[in-house]
Design a protein around this ligand. Sequence first.
Ligand SMILES: Nc1nc2c(ncn2[C@@H]2O[C@H](COP(=O)(O)OP(=O)(O)OP(=O)(O)O)[C@@H](O)[C@H]2O)c(=O)[nH]1
Length: 654
Amino acid sequence: MEHASNRLPPLIIHRCWPLQFPTPRQSSTHSEIFLSPPLVFRLPSLQPSLLDRGERNLRWGVYRHLRHSSQLRTQRTALEFQLFENMAALLPKFVDRQVLLLHDSDFLLQYLFLHTDCRILDLDMSRKAAYGYDYDDLYDDYEDYEDYECYDDGYGENGEAAAVNEEITKVKPGLWRCSICTYDNDDSMSYCDICGVLRYPPSNTGKNMEQKTVGGVCKDSGVSRLAKSLFASPPRRTPNIAVVPLPQSFTDDIGGGNNFLDSASRSRCCTSIAPFKFDIPSPDDVISNRLHSTKITPRGRLYDCAPPGFAEKNAATTTQPSARQTNNSVAFKGKTISLEENNNSSGERQKYFNDTSTVLRNNEAVAGTSSSRRTHSTPTRNQKSKHDDVGESSSLANGAKSESLSSSLDSMSLNSKSGASKPIAPKKTLAQYKPEKWMLPDKEGNVMAQLNLAIVGHVDSGKSTLSGRLLHLLGQISQKQMHKYEKESKQQGKGSFAYAWALDESAEERERGITMTVAVAYFDTKKYHVVVLDSPGHKDFVPNMISGATQADAAILVIDASVGAYETGMDVTGGQSREHAQLIRSFGVDQIIVAINKMDAVGYSKERFELIKRQVGSFLRQCGFKESFISWVPLSAMENQNLVTAASDDRLKL
Ligand SMILES: Nc1nc2c(ncn2[C@@H]2O[C@H](COP(=O)(O)OP(=O)(O)OP(=O)(O)O)[C@@H](O)[C@H]2O)c(=O)[nH]1
C-alpha cells in the first residue's frame, strides 16, 4: 500500500464547523487542513477539467454512482490540493473496500490515521476515544463544534460505526434510496415518492442525453432573463490547475473511467444549467396531485449537515412526507431574466448568453412531463385571467406578443425620477399558459439529470414570494390553491405573504413570516430535473440554509433593493446577503443569478440597480465568483416584473 506520507509531509486534519474555518498553517514539519466533515468532499481527479480550485469538481451524479459516498468537504485552501492528490492515490483503495458507502468522513480520517503519518486532530471527543487519537488542547477553541451533535454519523463510543452505517446504507432489493431524503422508493419509481427528486442513476437509462437537442430555445419568445438563465449553460471552463490523474483502477471502479466521468460531468458537474422546463398547465386537480412541497425532513440528508438539534427543532415545523398528499405547493427557486435580455444584443448580458448559448441553441425544450408518477393532461384554456398574469401568460405562450407588451410601455424608463411604480395588487388567478415548444418536455428522452437550485438571500428579501410567484406563473400552483393561500394569509393579516405561503408551510413559519427550514420543490426541463431549495434567510437558520446550499449546483441570490434593507443585507456584521453569497461559493456553487428584488419599492430606479450591481458584484468577485457566471436581474416579485416574462414596466428594461 502506498502511503500518502511518502509524498506529503505530515498532515494535521482539523474537523470543524464550516463557518469556523481558521487560516491553515503550514510549517516545514507539517501541514494543516480544515475539513468540514458533514459536507461535501470534492473527490479529486474525477475530471481534470473540473479541478480548477474555484470550481466544483464533484457533483451528485458521482456521489450517487459511488452509492452515496462519503460526505466530506474541504475548504478551499492552499493545502486542499495536497489532500486531493493524496486522495487520488487513496481513493481506489476506498472504493475497493467500499468505504464510500459510509456516510461521513470518519472513514477517511481513520484511513489516514492508520495508513499515513497524518496527525489527525479529531474534534469529536467520542471518536477520539474510539480511535485513540491524540488530542491537542491547543484547539479547544473549537468546542462549538461539539454542539453540533447531528454531525454524528453513527460512530458510537463502542466503535460500532461500521455496523451501524452498513445497516443504514443497505438498501433492500427492489428499492432505491433517494439521495436527498434517503427514502427507500419502490424500484418502479423514477422519482422519490417523498421529495420528488429524480432517481439517479435511472433504472432505465434511455437514450443518450447527448443526442437530445435543445435548439432554438427562447430565441423568439417572450421568455424572461430568469427563464433563460435556467436554460443556459455557463461558459466552458478551462482548467488552470494541473491534476494528478486517477489510477486506472479507480476510474474503472467508479464506472467505466472516462465514459462515466464524461457522463457524470455532462449531467451533473460542470457546464450547464439545465434548459428550463415548464410543466404543461393542467387542471387544478391534476396540479394538486402532481405538485408538492416538502421540507427536508430529519431523516433527510440535508439534516445530516445541520447542527444538532435542528432536525429535532424543525421536526415540529417540518412538513412530513405525508404532507405531500395534502399540500399542493411547490418550492421553486428561480432565476429572473428579463425579456429584454432576449432581445438585447449588447453588453454583458448578451455576452453571457452568447457564451452560454450552447444549451439555448440546442434546446427545444420541453417540459414537465417527465415524472412517471405524474398525471399529465391537456392544458386548460378556459381559465384565462383578466389580470396581468394573462398578458404574461400570453406572451409566454407566444413570444411575439411579448414585444408588443413591452412596446406598449415604451414611454416608461428605468429612472428613479419617474416615480414609484403603480401598485399592482397580487394576482388572484392562476395564469394558464400555452407552453411554447421549448417549454415542452422532451418526449424522446426519458432520462434527466438533476439540477439542484438554491434560493438564498437576506431575511425578508422576498425569496419565498419570488418562488411562490414563479410557481404560480408557471402553472405549478393551481388557481384554487393560490386563492386558498390568499384567503388564509389575509385572515391572519399577512396578505402580502400569500405567495410565500406556497413555500412556508408550517404554522410557525407563517405566523412568524419567515422561512425556517429548506423547502424543496421541483420542476422539469427538457434534460434536467430541477430541484428547488428554498433557503431560510434569517441568520438563526444559517445551518438550515447551509443544508440546502451544500446540495446546490446553482443559486439565486435574492437582494432586497429597498432602502435600508439592501444595506442591512450587505452589512459586514451579519448581513445575510454577504454570508449566503460566501457560503454558496464556498460550497462550490459558481453559477449565480442575482435577483435584485423589490424594485417597485425604489421606483424601479436604474441608479439603485446599478449601485447594487456594482457593490454586490464587487463582493461576489471577492467571494470567487466569475463575472461571466453572474447574471443580474432587476425585478419585483410582488408586482410580477421580470419573472417568467419580460418586465411590462419599461423602467426595468436594461
Ligand atoms: N414591495 C415588495 N415587497 C415584496 C416583494 N417581494 C416580497 N415582498 C415582501 O417582502 C416580505 C418578505 O417576503 P418573503 O418572501 O417572506 O421573504 P423571504 O426572503 O422568503 O423571507 P425569509 O425566508 O424569512 O428570509 C413580504 O411581506 C413580501 O410581501 C417585492 O417584489 N416588492
